[in-house]
Design a protein around this ligand. Sequence first.
Ligand code: NCD
Length: 313
Amino acid sequence: MAGPPPFRYILDTNQFSRQDLDFFLRQAEKLEEQRREDIFGMLEGKILASLFFESSTRTRLSFETAMLRLGGQVITTVGFQFSSISKGETLYDTMKMVEAYSDIAVIRHPVEGSSRIAAAAVSIPVINAGDGTGQHPTQALLDLYTIFRERGSPDGLRIAFIGDLKFGRTIHSLIHLLQHYNVEMIFISPLDLALPESYKKSLRKQNVSFEETEDMKEMWDCDVAYVTRIQEERFVDKNEFDRLKNSYSINRAFVQASRRNTLIMHPLPRVSELSTDVDDLPNAAYFRQAGYGVTVRMTLLLLCLGNFPEGQS
Ligand code: NCD
């Protein structure tokens, strides 16, 4: 059975309503409960085009794993240097080829808005796997699923966002989804990496309660802390990155001082902002979070291709 219209393509977190998110979380949870042999074959005969024109490990591998676990197949291109875009081909022309070769495409691209251009060129479903400093909707859905699996409904939670709030597309995308819940958001960052005004404006418009601070200790009173690295590749001025690169770092002792057993999330990759001595704490959720990526992306592939089995909704 096909999912509702918002799941025929995945381009932007703004396309989802609260009802869509509730539907999505239920589908993902049901899929996670199924035995591996029961899901294998659900996308038999389908081909995923995995188009990654910007660095990725988790997103690409989890999409490809998701397709393989469902019995589908994958064709892939990684980086501009190994695709005809380096010979001057437009994204439009590339997508026309992709449409002839595959049933669904996942695209990561350094230019904001490119997944929308890609989707407009073809009639197969297109999924945005991160476009520059723009959106990363599938990461936001997996982050939401992680909160749901580890702490239940986000309603009533106090959630800290820590780090590069200026350039971090995962934070920007997750904020959009959490606006549909009754959450308190605490934005913790150096002043120079604060959340852009446009996001704050949108939060005010939605009457979402939020605070901004430079004090990392505010994390101790939060149910969830979503930590991010400083996005080096987005800085125009390298000196500015060097000045900020060590401005925050969270270690085991700091996490253990939490008054709320704060769940530690991170989209990964991490650099120096989150110490490895946090990893074996039970509330360190980031590797489980990366694991949920496969379930979430299997759910999205099934919904986009209209292959969710009857009785699942
Ligand atoms: C993130 C991304 O690419 O935006 N990584 C990911 O998809 N898990 C976060 C990051 O690169 O810092």
